[in-house]
Design a protein around this ligand. Structure first.
Ligand SMILES: [Zn+2]
Length: 570
């Protein structure tokens, strides 16, 4: 310790030595900066958590002193730490630790076997929770039902959430606990699915889910903290250093704060508060928002930010509940006659909620999947911004799956005039739930699903993301999906969405870095590797700019630096 104090005392002042030495340098590599010119350098120097300089090996090696840690990249490629603008990491981390994983189940028997194994560890009456199933990935290509679960969990309530989070299946025990039978009416903006005899099938969609999920004991504060710590590790393994976590509650915010107070929140986390579907719920969200530091302020030096409020306009492309102009399809070319989905928030109430937020200077993120929902959202943004012109709230359209021409033109106008109207979209939908999507959207809409090329042509920029745990968290899947547009199982052909709307890797990487940083209100700090910005860096086994597009999915992160500190090293 004495040596350290002596060194500190002898350290020259800034004025005496303008060129400070680096604490960490990465040299002999390819540094993809994602700056405005998309420039590529050889090496990068870091000091006090910030990027000191990006340049040639000679320039960076000149900043090395005996205390500098030097990492030889040996030709490997570094990018800015990847950013996900829409990932439910707090709840996903909890699911990974405490629920039965069903994302890789390929048939109904596999699901029931896993539930049976979970039941064996519990007492009668205790809840079994699972998540991640998707009929598009099951050989049977049908929903799970309560009858699938009778034999394996006769004495325990079971709730298995679909990968989209927009529906799930309860077993008979859980339905009894919730007092749901053939006579139970659908709640507004929700569906209790019925079988051929008019009895509940166990599948509960949208708001109907809460009839069951409200009975499940909430996680403890400790479980919430552990879930966050777990997911931060997953992020770092995947070169990810920032996430917008949408739709959170007070307990989740408190858990983030607790992890921050422990000194373990090694990522930029920006949250959207749950806005609900009534004006009273929006008021409550506004109160929570206003109790947190006001943007651009943050907690923990850019680590925890209160970024706005999330509202749902419609449902899901998996449950065929998203709000469309024309009937949903079934099995691609079939028609789900009479079903155009529905708004999950009354459209007029939604408009009042957004006006309330806009007046208060609060950014809004709205979930909108269907063409009709997206139109309503962008028209609402334009209307409230004309009434109360505000620049830079960056109201977003979450998912924006099948936008009309009108919606895209309005987004372009909103971005230009108000710095608002940004899609926060998830190319991995095309892959992970792509077979279900191809079945439900049908051929005509599929060609227009997640139209990146059209966005680009209209000057619309977007933030990339996963919607984890709807799709897996690693951002490399989004890099790949944006370029390749392939489904997981090729049930309706490998590329039912075509390739006309694909973009190149340079564009995609920007959507997961510089453009994404804007949606976290952190573009001054992160999203590109430039002097003065936070040293958030990912090093990869291959160069994403030069490998074959098919290989993007298999990129392996070898080193992750967060604010100058090594967060992961292979
Ligand atoms: Zn989501």
């Amino acid at each position: 310790m004495i040596g350290w104090i002596t060194l500190g005392a002898l350290r020259p002042t800034h004025a005496a030595q303008p060129q400070l030495s680096a604490q960490l340098v990465l040299v002999h590599g390819k540094i993809i900066t994602v700056d405005a010119a998309d420039s590529v350098a050889q090496a990068i120097a870091i000091r006090d958590g910030k990027i000191l300089r990006v340049g040639t090996d000679a320039e960076i090696l000149a900043l090395v002193d005996p205390h500098t840690e030097v990492i030889d990249l040996k030709g490997r490629t570094a990018t800015p730490g990847l950013i996900d603008t829409h990932a439910h990491i707090a709840s996903g981390g909890l699911s990974e630790l405490y629920e039965v994983p069903l994302g890789d189940a390929t048939n109904v028997a596999e699901v029931t076997a896993r539930v049976k194994a979970a039941v064996a560890l519990l007492k009668p009456g205790q809840w079994v929770q699972g998540s991640g199933w998707d009929e598009g990935k099951l050989d049977e290509r049908r929903y799970l039902t309560a009858s699938d679960l009778i034999a394996v969990a006769p004495n325990n309530p079971v709730w298995l959430e679909h990968t989209t989070g927009h529906y799930g299946v309860a077993n008979d025990y859980a339905l009894r606990l919730a007092h749901i039978d053939a006579q139970t009416p659908d709640p507004s903006a929700g569906t209790i699915d019925k079988d051929a005899h008019g009895n509940p099938s166990g599948v509960m969609k949208e708001a109907a889910q809460e009839l069951v999920t409200a009975l499940i004991p909430p996680p403890t504060a400790e479980q919430r903290r552990k879930g966050i710590e777990h997911i931060l590790e997953v992020m770092h393994r995947e070169g990810m250093t920032a996430v917008k976590d949408p739709d959170i509650d007070k307990e989740t915010w408190d858990a983030y704060r607790a992890v921050l107070d422990e000194g373990r929140l090694d990522a930029h986390i920006c949250v959207l508060w749950h806005g609900g579907s009534t004006l009273a719920a929006a008021q409550a969200a506004l109160t929570l928002f206003q109790a947190a530091p006001r943007l651009p302020q943050s907690l923990g030096d850019g680590r925890l930010l209160s970024c706005g409020v999330k509202i749902f306009m419609d449902g899901s492309g998996g449950a065929r509940t998203a709000w469309l102009y024309k009937d949903w399809n079934k099995n691609s070319t079939g028609v789900d006659a009479g079903n155009v989905g529905y708004p999950t928030t009354d459209p007029q109430v939604y408009r009042q909620q957004v006006a309330l937020m806009n007046r208060a200077g609060v950014p809004v993120g709205t979930h909108a999947i269907g063409d009709r929902a997206i139109d309503w959202v962008v028209d609402t943004y334009l209307q409230v911004l004309r009434e109360q012109p505000t620049h830079g709230l960056r109201h977003s359209i979450i998912h924006a799956n099948v936008p009309t021409d009108h919606a895209i033109e309005t987004m372009a106008m909103l971005q230009k005039q108000y710095d608002a109207g940004y899609p926060e979209l998830q190319a991995p939908f095309l892959w992970w739930i792509g077979d279900t999507y191809a079945a439900n959207f049908g051929p005509a809409r599929s060609a227009r699903l997640i139209p990146l090329q059209t966005y680009l042509k209209h000057g619309v920029i977007w933030g990339g993301g996963s919607d984890y745990s709807v799709t897996p968290l690693p951002a490399r899947y989004g890099l790949w999906s944006s370029v390749v547009r392939q489904t997981l199982k090729s049930s309706y052909g490998a590329q039912p969405f075509g390739t006309a709307e694909a973009v190149d890797i340079h564009t995609v990487l920007r959507s997961y870095t510089a453009w994404a940083a804007r949606q976290l209100f952190l573009e001054q700090r992160i999203g590109s590797l430039e002097a003065g910005k936070d040293a958030d860096i990912a090093v990869w086994d291959h160069d994403p700019y030069t490998i074959a597009p098919a290989q993007l999915r298999d990129l392996r992160c070898q080193l992750t630096v967060f604010q100058g500190k090594i967060a992961f090293r292979q």
